[in-house]
Design a protein around this ligand. Structure first.
Ligand code: SF4
Ligand code: MG
Length: 332
């Protein structure tokens, strides 16, 4: 099938006072209709930048974008503002980590959901209000006819995130980009929101790009996974492939640092040692090499000298010089 979203060799460069930041460098991925791609990485890995670029929300004065972003066959790089505005809402919508930064405190929830609907459909105020009630019902807000007139501060954190989802889905987008949608919520509410996203996907057939630093979120929600490090994809595959048979040393580190229900509380989690590189100064060769325990195993000097490529575009792949046999021995 033709993917709904197809990104090829995406590069995003920011011009800053300190130099050029290669925030995304040669990234390719596909999202099929009705499926969820989880993009995982630490902060600064380029995962949010990638999606702001897809939405055309980057600053064109300071940002240089290269490559291809095809949304349902339509090229987004260099698309005009009116084109992007038409696509945002109707074809692609976004939900953010913190609803309080995206919901206005001054207007009712219903008015805010309704305005998005009116902007894209030209509906009347009364129609927009009915639509807002319908959307609040669909995302599981109790007593939607009353709550539609509440202001955001009258909602709990979980209800605000539901309202954000209602706002994102009000124009039936085909692609939903969710950037850390549950990070600010407690574990129980987090699970409820992820379940809601899955249920809405089954109902609408929308594709979802789920951006998260948490492999646990990906495990319960995504079909495919892309692991990003320093603006590059380092591993890609189905959830089962990447979680059951991870190939890249960085993915091993992420998995080891993931809290498990079976881990006793007094056992410290093992984070990946070291810190992500400054994007102004990405290490040469494999960008992960300063933090990797297997540099010597891969062969003399190779990890420092040449950047391993992720290939091909489909199937389980990773960007690392270790052989499959070596990987299986280290991480059976
Ligand atoms: Fe580690 Fe080398 Fe593989 Fe990079 S290419 S992850 S440095 S072994
Ligand atoms: Mg982010």
């Amino acid at each position: 099938p033709t993917p709904f979203l197809s990104v090829r060799d995406l590069t995003v460069d920011f011009h800053t006072e300190d130099g050029v930041v290669h925030a995304v460098d040669g990234l390719s991925f596909d999202v099929e209709k009705g499926t969820t791609l989880g993009i995982v990485g630490e902060s600064g890995s380029g995962k949010s930048v990638t999606n702001l670029t897809v939405l055309g929300l980057h600053n064109p004065e300071t940002t240089k974008v290269g490559g291809e972003i095809l949304l349902d066959g339509e090229e987004l790089i260099g698309a005009s503002r009116p084109t992007m505005e038409r696509l945002r809402g109707n074809k692609v919508a976004m939900i953010f980590q913190d609803p309080l930064t995206s919901l206005s405190p001054y207007h009712t929830i219903g008015r805010q959901i309704g305005e998005v609907y009116r902007k894209h459909t030209g509906a009347s105020r009364a129609e927009a209000r009915d639509r807002a009630v319908e959307m609040l019902t669909r995302v599981g807000i109790p007593q939607p006819r009353l709550r539609v007139d509440d202001h955001p501060h009258q909602f709990s954190g979980g209800m605000r995130q539901r309202a954000m989802i209602a706002m994102a889905l009000v124009c039936d987008p085909d692609l939903l980009i969710a950037d850390e949608p549950t990070t600010a919520l407690d574990v129980t509410v987090q699970a409820q929101i992820l379940d809601l996203l899955k249920a809405l996907q089954e109902e609408t057939g929308a594709s979802i790009v789920l951006i998260t630093h948490d492999l646990g979120v990906v495990a319960s929600t995504a079909h495919e996974v892309l692991v990003m490090y320093a603006g590059r994809a380092v591993e890609r595959g189905t959830v089962r492939e990447v979680l059951n048979e991870p190939h890249h040393p960085y993915t091993w580190g992420l998995l080891a640092s993931m809290p498990r229900l079976t881990t006793p509380v007094d056992v410290p989690l093992r984070p990946v040692r070291g810190t992500p590189p400054s994007m102004l100064n990405v290490p040469p060769g494999c960008p992960f090499h300063p933090r990797c325990d297997y540099v010597r195993l891969a062969g003399p000097g190779i990890c420092q000298a040449e950047r391993p490529e992720l290939s091909p575009h489909h199937g389980h792949g990773d960007a690392c010089y270790l052989t499959l046999a070596q990987k299986r021995e280290i991480h059976p």
